[in-house]
Design a binder for this molecule. Structure first.
Ligand code: HGY
Ligand code: MN
Ligand code: MN
Length: 409
């Protein structure tokens, strides 16, 4: 068995138990318990390779080859490769961690081949990419590019009311520091993210690796339906102000709007208050995730859903408040970098778009970025069933190695 496969298996085996539910699936949320284990895993992998470890102002992790963070920011022309380590609730093992493991192993491959990089290279893990705890996707990279107001970020609260600021403090990080990291990003010539494909295009193509062309515009909106709590056994139907009814209509409206306009819309998360079997609910908080290849289609989907929600709420005497939690404009990855990546990976490699958001998409606002997708046989993601074959994961490492060799020459 190749040395690379052995190393892949070791790193993977170390990650498998961290944040894993006994029935399978992962709960790895920013600044929580599993996150602390993941941070120390990252730190020890960096130390084992003699890479200089750094946790930046936003909690993103960096492991540098050829740069000492105690000297200040990296020099211009530095390269970074990585992804994220957090998951959606009950998420899969590959979404995120595959990109971080691949980056560590690509550096091993470069060193093993005697490569001497002419510019610093870093392995990076961005924090809270899924937004599963604090609600904003790509929190770490959005803060670094300056897209998210630090004060708003500090005040974000998780389901139990813990603020990002308090969660960071409890984990030994200083929330006062969060914010734009312009100098660091200005020194990056490229960021490359390896990621399990979240779809079946590569499976259909019979290809182990793909290169990303772009990311669909997408966003997430919070809808709050406010009604009147009452007794399920005595409140007359005609006198109820039941927030669950317009909520239910809105869920179906999302599916209709996506179908009619040709995009995607999902309501996969809702919280009923007080969530009691024998009470008419007081309120419902629900989250809409909408995505479409083109901005106007996304706008139409969201507008339709909100209009249906508002009319349903009015019909039921229920209030509706809506809030855009995060929004990502269409991303077209840097064309020149994509060309270099395709040449390094191997001409003929499939080039594919995606509806999934990524840190590489957020960073693209400030840094040339590119993504390599690794085949996912079922295409399923954000699920315990998410997987990639080891042989394809290793192919992803080899492809990343070739890309980093070219970029750091
Ligand atoms: O939601 C997404 O597209 C990504 O997995 N954060
Ligand atoms: Mn994800
Ligand atoms: Mn991801």
């Amino acid at each position: 068995m190749s040395e690379l496969v052995t190393r892949f298996r070791r790193l993977w085996a170390e990650l498998v138990p961290i944040g894993r539910r006994k029935e399978g699936g992962y709960d790895r949320f920013a600044w929580g318990e599993a996150d602390a284990e993941l941070r120390s895993w990252f730190h020890s992998e960096a130390a084992a390779r003699g890479l200089a470890f750094e946790q930046d102002r936003n909690g993103n992790l960096w492991a540098w080859w050829g740069h000492d963070p105690s000297d200040g920011p990296p020099r211009a022309g530095s390269i970074a490769a990585g992804s994220h380590l957090d998951s959606v609730p009950g998420g899969g093992a590959y979404d995120g961690p595959l990109g971080v493991v691949s980056a560590f192993l690509a550096l091993d491959e470069l060193r093993g081949a005697g490569h001497v990089p002419q510019r610093p290279i870093a392995v990076v893990a961005f924090t809270e990419e899924e937004g599963a705890r604090f609600g904003v996707a790509c929190l770490g990279s959005r803060l670094s590019v300056g897209e998210l107001d630090p004060a708003r970020a500090r005040a974000l609260r998780d389901a139990s009311g813990v603020s990002l600021a308090d969660a960071m403090r409890a984990a030994g990080a200083d929330p006062a520091m969060i914010g734009e990291d312009g100098v660091r990003l200005s020194r990056l010539a490229a960021f490359i993210e390896v990621h399990v494909e979240q779809g079946r295009f590569l499976e259909a193509e019979g290809a182990p690796i793909g290169v990303a062309t772009g990311i669909w515009p997408h966003g997430r909106w919070r809808l709050r339906f406010g009604g009147e709590p009452d007794h399920a056994g005595t409140a007359a139907l005609g006198e109820r102000r039941d927030p669950v009814l317009p909520f239910a209509e809105t869920v179906l409206a999302a599916r209709d709007a996506a179908h009619v306009h040709g995009g995607l819309a999902t309501v996969g998360r809702a919280v009923l208050h007080p969530n009691a079997t024998n009470a008419v609910a007081a309120s419902v908080e629900a989250w809409l995730d909408a995505r479409a290849r083109h901005e106007p289609v996304l706008e139409s989907i969201v507008a339709d859903v909100v209009a249906r929600a508002e009319s349903a709420a009015a019909r039921h005497g229920v209030t509706l408040a809506q809030f855009e939690e995060s929004r990502t404009a269409a991303v077209a990855f840097d064309v020149a970098l994509r060309r270099r990546v395709v040449d390094a990976v191997g001409v003929g490699v499939p080039e594919i778009e995606t509806g999934a958001g990524h840190d590489a998409g957020v960073l693209a606002a400030k840094v040339p970025t590119a993504m390599l997708f690794v085949r996912n046989p079922s295409g399923v993601s954000h699920s315990p069933a998410e997987r990639a074959d080891e042989v394809d994961c290793v192919e992803g490492v080899r492809a990343l190695t070739r890309v980093l060799a070219v970029l750091s020459a």
